[in-house]
Design a protein around this ligand. Structure first.
Ligand code: ATP
Ligand code: MG
Length: 570
C-alpha cells in the first residue's frame, strides 16, 4: 500500500475514533478518503481492504493510546480550532464609541418572564460596555402599572444573573417619576405639549386623517389646568398629554403622540401613589438622557420612533444619546415574545414559564442550555439589522461543544426488551464515565440479565452477533419473546453493531421528556411534548438535578428530577 495514503487513512481513523468513544468505522473513513481522492473510486476493493486493516489496529487502541498516537504522529490535529469561529463571537465596532465613555442600558419592562430575545439585547449592551471600558445600566422600564408585577422584576434579575450579566447600576424608571412630571409640565408650559380630552376613537380617527383636534389650540393656562386635573379629577381615558408633533407627518408616530395617560392600577413598587404615567417614548428619551446613556440600543421595530425620541429631547434641550437598532431574535416555530408566551400559558397550552419547549431563560436552563452557549450564540449573530430567524440548532451546536466535556456517559434503553446472556466469564465491568475527560469510573455489576432497546432488539435474529458496549460480543441464540444469547469473547470487532444495555437488576426507570417544535405553520403543535419511558443505570441516582448526561447512542439530557430527564439535543 502507498505509504502516504496509508498515513492519511490512519490519521482520519485516529481522529474519528478518538472523537467517537474510541471506535471508528470503515464507511466513515472510506467516505473521507474518497472525498479527497476521487481517483480512487475505481479501486474501492483494495482501498476498503486497506482501510479495514488500519481501522482494526486503531480500534483496538484505548482512547488514551489513540490520543498519544495523535500527539506523536499528527500533532497538527491538536492545533486550536480555526480562528474564524473565535472572531465570529466578537461584535463589530460601535459607531462613535470612545474608550471609557460608553454607557449602555438594558431596559426591560417587568411585564413578563425574560427570554432569549432579552438575553440578546442584554448581552449586546453588556459586551459593548465591556469592549469600550464603559458602563451598563439595568433599568426597569416600569411605567405601565396595569401589566407589571413584582414577580417579573425578580424573574428578570434572576435571569440576568444566570446569564452572568454584570451591570454597573440598577434603577427603575418609576424612581424618576417626579422628574418626568417636571419635564412634562415644562413641555406644556412651553407649548410643546397639550392635554387632549377627545375620545380615544376620535384621537385615532384624527391621526389617521391627519386632522388636528380643538384641544391643540386651547390656551396655555387652561392646558396647565387640565394637566393638574389629570392627577385627581379626570378618569382614565378622559385626558391624555400629547406631544405637539406634526399631524401631517408621513411618520404616523409624529402625529401628536401620547406622552402621559391616566392608569389607576396599583403599581408594583409604588402602590397607588401615582396615577399619571408617562408613555414609553417620553420616559425612555428622558431616562436615557439623564442616565448618561451614550448609545441606546434597541430592536428594529422601534426605528420609526427615533424621530420622536430626538424631537422630545430637542424640545427639552436635553443631551441626545445615539440610538442604534438591531434585529429581533426569532426562532422558527418557537415564540420569542412575552405577549405570545403569556397567552400560551393563560390558555393552558403550556403549564408554566419553565417549560422546556419555550425560549424563556427558565425554559432553556431546564432544557440544559448553558448561559455561555447563549452568549456565544448571540454574539455569533452579530449586531445587525438583518432579520435573524436563526435556527435553534445553531444554539444547540454551541451548547453541545460546551456540555460535551461535562456530560457523564451513561447507558439508557428506550422501550426496554429483555436479553439473557449466558457464559459471561465475569460478574462486573468497569466503565469510564467519560471517554476523554477524567470523570472517574463506575463498576457495573452484571448477572447476564439485561435490557436493550426495542429498536435494537427488532434487528436481531438467531445467529446475529452484536457487541454489548464495554462488555463483549454476543451471539443471539433465541429471539422469540425474550431474547437470549451467548457470550463469545471480548475482542473488539468493529463490524459488529454496538448496542447499549442496562442490567435488569439495577435498572432505574426514568421518563424522558423530549421538547418539540411549538408551532407548525402557525398552528399550535399538540404533539410538541413527547414523553417516553426508559431504563438507565443505577449510577443515575448519584447525579444531581441539573447535571448533564450523554445517554450513549441517544443524546444529551439534563437530569430534571430523580425520575425524569429532559432531552437537550443530539
Ligand atoms: P416582548 O414582545 O417579548 O414583550 P419587548 O420588546 O416588549 O418584548 P421589553 O421588556 O420592552 O420587551 O424589552 C427589553 C429590551 O429587550 C428591548 O431593548 C428590546 O428591544 C429587547 N428585546 C425584546 N425582545 C427581543 C428579541 N426577540 N430579540 C432581541 N431583542 C429583544
Ligand atoms: Mg415592551
Amino acid at each position: 500500500m502507498d505509504e502516504k495514503l496509508s498515513q492519511e487513512i490512519r490519521k482520519i481513523a485516529l481522529q474519528n475514533a478518538s472523537e467517537h468513544n474510541g471506535q471508528t468505522r470503515e464507511k466513515i473513513v472510506l467516505a473521507r478518503i474518497l472525498g479527497s481522492h476521487p481517483d480512487l473510486r475505481n479501486k474501492i476493493k483494495n482501498l476498503s481492504r486497506d482501510v479495514s486493516e488500519i481501522i482494526n489496529v486503531v480500534n483496538k487502541l484505548s482512547i488514551e493510546e489513540q490520543r498519544s498516537k495523535i500527539e506523536q504522529e499528527f500533532p497538527d490535529l491538536l492545533k486550536a480550532k480555526p480562528k474564524q469561529e473565535i472572531e465570529k463571537t466578537i461584535l463589530p465596532p460601535l459607531e462613535e464609541a470612545k474608550n471609557g465613555m460608553v454607557v449602555t442600558r438594558f431596559p426591560p419592562e417587568p411585564n413578563g418572564y425574560p427570554h432569549i430575545g432579552h438575553a440578546k439585547a442584554a448581552i449586546i449592551d453588556e459586551e459593548y460596555a465591556k469592549m469600550y471600558g464603559g458602563k451598563m445600566i439595568l433599568r426597569f422600564d416600569d411605567t405601565n402599572p396595569a401589566n407589571e408585577r413584582m414577580e417579573y422584576y425578580a424573574a428578570i434579575k434572576v435571569g440576568l444573573d444566570w446569564l452572568g450579566i454584570k451591570y454597573d447600576k440598577i434603577k427603575n424608571t418609576s424612581d424618576d417619576l417626579e422628574l418626568i412630571y417636571d419635564k412634562g409640565l415644562h413641555m406644556i408650559k412651553s407649548g410643546q405639549a397639550y392635554v387632549c380630552t377627545c375620545k380615544a376613537e376620535t384621537v385615532s380617527e384624527n391621526r389617521k386623517e391627519k386632522k388636528p383636534c380643538k384641544c391643540r389650540s386651547i390656551d396655555q393656562k387652561q392646558t396647565v389646568d387640565r394637566w393638574e386635573k389629570m392627577f385627581e379629577k379626570y378618569k382614565p381615558g378622559e385626558a391624555i398629554v400629547r406631544f405637539r408633533g406634526n399631524m401631517n407627518s408621513e411618520n404616523t408616530v409624529m402625529r401628536d403622540p401620547v406622552l402621559f395617560r391616566i392608569i389607576d392600577s396599583s403599581h408594583a413598587l409604588l402602590g397607588n401613589k401615582y396615577r399619571v404615567w408617562p408613555g414609553y417614548d417620553f420616559a425612555t428619551a428622558i431616562e436615557d438622557s439623564v442616565d448618561g446613556i451614550t448609545h441606546a440600543l434597541r430592536t428594529k421595530e422601534y426605528e420609526l420612533r427615533n424621530e420622536l425620541y430626538y424631537a422630545i429631547l430637542d424640545a427639552l434641550q436635553m443631551r441626545k444619546p445615539k440610538v442604534l437598532e438591531f434585529s429581533r431574535l426569532e426562532f422558527e416555530g418557537m415564540p420569542v415574545s412575552k405577549r405570545v408566551l403569556k397567552q400560551l400559558i393563560d390558555e393552558g397550552k403550556i403549564p408554566d414559564y419553565e417549560d422546556p419547549r419555550i425560549p424563556t431563560l427558565e425554559g432553556l436552563k431546564r432544557r440544559g442550555i448553558l448561559p455561555d452557549a447563549i452568549r456565544k450564540f448571540v454574539l455569533s449573530l452579530g449586531f445587525t439589522k438583518a432579520d435573524t430567524t436563526a435556527p435553534f440548532d445553531v444554539l444547540e451546536s454551541f451548547n453541545r461543544k460546551m456540555v460535551d466535556s461535562k456530560s457523564i456517559r451513561l447507558n439508557m434503553v428506550k422501550e426496554p426488551v429483555k436479553l439473557i446472556v449466558s457464559k459471561i466469564p465475569f460478574d462486573s465491568v468497569t466503565i469510564s464515565n467519560h471517554p476523554t475527560v477524567d470523570m472517574g469510573k463506575r463498576k457495573v455489576v452484571i448477572d447476564g440479565n439485561f435490557y436493550i432497546s426495542k429498536k435494537d432488539a427488532n434487528e436481531l435474529k438467531v445467529g446475529s452477533q452484536i457487541r454489548l458496549m464495554n462488555l463483549g460480543n454476543v451471539s443471539i441464540t433465541k429471539s422469540s419473546v425474550d431474547l437470549e444469547g451467548e457470550f463469545i469473547d471480548d475482542n473488539v470487532k468493529s463490524e459488529l453493531p454496538k448496542i447499549q444495555w442496562v442490567p435488569q437488576k439495577s435498572a432505574q426507570k426514568i421518563s424522558i421528556i423530549i421538547p418539540g417544535i411549538l408551532f407548525i405553520n402557525d398552528n399550535f403543535n399538540e404533539n410538541s411534548l413527547e414523553i417516553t419511558e426508559g431504563y438507565t443505570e443505577d449510577y443515575y441516582s448519584n447525579l444531581k438535578v441539573g447535571d448533564e448526561i450523554q445517554f450513549i447512542r441517544f443524546g444529551y439530557c439534563r437530569k430534571d428530577s430523580a425520575t425524569q430527564v429532559i432531552f437537550t439535543h443530539k
